[in-house]
Each structure stands twice: as structure tokens, then as C-alpha cells.
Design a protein around this ligand. Sequence first.
Ligand code: GDP
Length: 138
Amino acid sequence: MSQRTFSIIKPDAVRKGYTGAILAEIEKAGFKIVSIKKFSLSKAQAEGFYHVHAARPFFGSLTDFMSNGPIFPMVLEKENAIADLRKLMGATNPANAEEGTIRKQFASSIEENAIHGSDAEDTAAFEIGYFFAGVELK
Ligand code: GDP
């Protein structure tokens, strides 16, 4: 059954001009782009998005990074979208990411790692609702 997931092209990848190349990888892998926009998060909005990581030592640095430039949040659809996007992204730390993954090709560090993808159905629902209204999701 077709499933939706949420993704972000992060500020490092946007700044380096990798947006088009990353979208091409996503489409080549069979995802339909349901909705996409350019957006700049405030520090407080980044903190809200990453609230599950609030107790982590890197929370301050992560939310500074995510609010320091434009991003492309998007909703993607395909069969098994959540797991398949995680596979396409590769490991959090690009040093551990498999060949051919987006993070292997485009990420620069464990923090500036080019792309976000939801890790479960409940987080996907929260994250889609954080950036998109129902009328944007036809
Ligand atoms: P993801 O699901 O692969 O994105 O990884 P996590 O949910 O564990 O972490 C969320 C985001 O926090 C990652 O994508 C990185 O941008 C950042 N991050 C994760 N681990 C670390 C870390 O050890 N140090 C720093 N500075 N950032 C991290």
C-alpha cells in the first residue's frame, strides 16, 4: 500500500547547490513528490521540530544549524516510503553511509548530513503536519 513520509533537504545541501541532484535521486528511487516548499526555520521552530532530541548534547548545535539557512521540506509518497527513504538516505554519519546513498554523496558531517527522513508512521504524521496544511497535500 502506498505510504507517505516527510523529508527535508537540510541547509548544508541547499547552500552547496545539491537540491536538484538530491531531488533527482529521490524521483529515480520511485518517490512521488506530493508537496514541497522553500522555508527558513526560526530557532524556536527548529527546536519544536526536533523536540524528541531536546535532552541530547547536540540539540543546541543541531537547532542552530537547521535555522541557519533555507531548507526544502517535502512530503513523499510510494510503497514502503518510510523505510525506503531511510535506506536511500544512508547512515546518520556519512562516514558510515553505504555507497550510492544520499548522505554518502552529499553530506559533510554527522550533523550537516544533507537530508532528513521520518523514522516511523507517528513521527511522519507529526512532521508532515508541522510544515504542511491539508490543502497542500492533495
Ligand atoms: P537521523 O534519523 O539519521 O536524521 O538521525 P537522528 O534522529 O539520530 O538525529 C537527528 C539529526 O541530529 C541528525 O540527522 C543529525 O543532523 C543530528 N545528529 C545526530 N547525531 C548527532 C551527533 O552525534 N552530533 C551532532 N552534532 N549532530 C547529530
